[in-house]
Design a protein. Structure first.
Length: 467
């Protein structure tokens, strides 16, 4: 195997050929689909009398539009019901594995694939969802794609892509108490910008990343796209292998040892050449909160909303837009900002370890009066495991609602929506205008533990005070 980065190795191993455009025709090992971007893609196949080439390499679930309270069918939302039926019919027609509500395996697509061992090192993975970069935590190259590309993968199991440059991002040292993977990635995006990764794959490395669990690494890789990178990954290691061992689709028996030997080979070589290397000190990273309308507009919980005059010239226009939309005044401390809704969930922070950590701070405390707080597990398996540990009771005793699995208020394509100009403390990944279901709703991104602190105080608060 050639020397180089993991990205180079995996890319070269999956390259079918070079297209006249100069792009690579890249074979996709695993194609994940859901109910939002797939119906149109299947319709395109029918219009062209095409079949799904490798249905055994495609896995479907439902997550974006599913209600998290009343899941009785037909759904009250007619469009949501139509999308559900379209996916059910398409999967049945083409023989695609489908994890529907009540199967025990349904959930957010970027949660169910890792937890079942479908996501493995050295893979190329595609899904019609921008946060497909999550799967890079396993040493996979994972791309979010558009609807026409979903069609292409269904029909040919390949994508036309231009090869990316590789930036190595090292984070070294020990995180301080109250600082989590979410804070790390928000800090990286704050420093490098939401367009800093355009044209790059991000390789996350360093002692801080190496010490993280797989679920923490997934949080980091999940938000690569928010920093402009098409994908982000972590080299596979013992942490990866311990997580994957004995999962449903992981290699078994002698194939397991063969798999590890191969996975070790695809790691970036010690003398790999990178297009760029950037380092961060873990001790410099505070609990971070976004104040604006991009994930790059973040500050430490003890900081004030920045004055435009203190920002780089290129960031000032979007800052002015953010002040107007968020109704915030430069120089105002972010801490103490009143919140109306507190949401724990999403493909960024809806896994079991996220819920465990949040429950530590919720236990024995109460949600502030007037605050709507709710927890949405990332999958049916996460929900079942959390309930077996009694996490649901801890949250409910504290005044949180405990919901069914789904994307919920991350994108708000289901009934979970902000109302008017409510402010949300959210563990999700985007704070764009209108992202959480209201055209004037305002989103503050933070870690699940910080969401609990906000729920208890009724305002943005420092979770370190609850430790």
């Amino acid at each position: 195997m050639s020397k180089g980065t993991l990205f180079d190795k995996v890319w070269d191993l999956h390259a079918v050929g070079t297209l006249p455009s100069g792009q690579t025709q890249l074979f996709i090992g695993l194609h994940l689909i859901h109910e939002v971007t797939s119906p149109q893609a299947f319709a395109m196949l029918r219009d062209r009398n095409l079949n799904v080439l490798f249905p055994d390499r495609t896995v479907a679930t439902v997550d974006h539009i599913v209600p998290t309270e009343n899941q009785a069918r037909p759904f009250a939302d007619v469009l949501a019901e139509e999308m559900m039926r379209a996916l059910e019919q398409s999967c049945a027609e083409h023989g695609i594995r489908f994890y529907n509500i009540g199967s025990g395996n349904q959930g957010i697509v970027h949660v169910i694939a890792p937890e079942q061992g479908l996501t493995q090192p050295g893979m190329t993975i595609a899904c019609g969802d921008s946060h497909t970069s999550t799967h890079g935590a396993f040493g996979a190259i994972a791309f979010g794609i558009g609807t026409s590309q979903v069609r292409d993968v269904l029909a040919s199991q390949t994508l036309a892509l231009s090869k990316l440059k590789v930036r190595r991002i090292e984070v070294n040292g020990q995180l301080r108490p109250g600082v989590y993977a979410k804070d790390v990635v928000l800090h990286i995006i704050r420093k490098l910008g939401v367009k800093g990764g355009v044209g790059y794959a991000y390789e996350y490395a360093g002692t801080t990343i190496e010490a993280m669990s797989m679920e923490e690494r997934m949080t980091i890789c999940n938000m690569s796209i928010e920093g402009g990178a098409r994908c982000g990954y972590v080299n596979p290691d013992a942490v990866t292998y311990d997580y994957l061992k004995d999962r449903d689709f992981a290699p078994k028996g002698e194939n397991w040892e063969k798999a590890i030997a191969w996975w070790d080979q695809i790691r970036s070589d010690t003398d790999a050449v990178y297009d760029d290397v950037i380092t961060f000190d873990a001790a410099d990273i505070p609990p971070t909160v976004t104040w604006g309308i991009t994930p790059g507009q973040g500050i430490g919980v003890d900081e004030a909303i920045p004055d435009p005059g203190h920002l780089p010239e290129g960031d000032r226009a979007i800052a002015q837009e953010a002040y107007r939309y968020m109704e915030f005044t430069p120089g105002t401390p972010i801490r103490g900002t009143k919140v109306d809704v507190c949401f724990i969930g999403s493909c960024t922070n809806g896994r079991l370890s996220d819920l465990r950590e949040a429950a530590k701070f919720a236990q024995g405390r109460k949600v502030a009066e007037g605050v709507k707080a709710f927890v949405v597990p990332g999958s049916e398996r996460v929900k079942k495991a959390a309930e077996a540990e009694g996490l649901d009771r801890i949250f409910q005793d504290a005044g949180f609602e405990w919901r069914e699995a789904g994307c919920s208020m991350c994108l708000a394509m289901n009934p979970d929506k902000l109302q008017g100009n409510q402010i949300s403390a959210s563990s999700s990944n985007r704070n764009f205008k209108g992202r959480q279901g209201s055209s004037t709703g305002r989103t503050l991104l933070m870690s699940p533990a910080m969401v609990v602190a906000a729920a208890i105080n009724g305002t943005v608060a420092d979770v370190r005070e609850l430790i």
